[in-house]
Design a protein around this ligand. Structure first.
Ligand code: SF4
Ligand code: SF4
Length: 73
């Protein structure tokens, strides 16, 4: 299994912190507003995610979950 990031768009407040934190630059602010009117973050290329979890650590709204590739998988 590859590493990937899951975004809970309803929790996102469009602050952009994760966009700047991602070393692979695969996160961006999308064009679809959630039910609270915030344009949620989205992933451009999931296959580029290295599972570093910088995005999840910096998100003040706990909108990001990172799944990592386990050794031997
Ligand atoms: S886990 Fe790392 S590489 Fe993947 S989206 Fe988050 S910051 Fe980017
Ligand atoms: S850090 Fe969290 S709240 Fe801010 S844009 Fe990213 S996902 Fe949304």
């Amino acid at each position: 299994m590859k590493s990937y990031v899951k975004i809970n768009t309803e929790r996102c407040k469009s602050c952009g912190l994760c966009v700047h934190a991602c070393p692979k630059k695969i996160l961006s602010i999308g064009e679809v507003a959630n039910s609270k009117g915030y344009y949620a973050a989205e992933v451009k290329d999931q296959s580029e995610c290295i599972g570093c979890a910088f995005c999840a650590l910096i998100c003040p709204d706990l909108a990001l979950e990172v799944y990592r590739e386990e050794k031997g998988e």
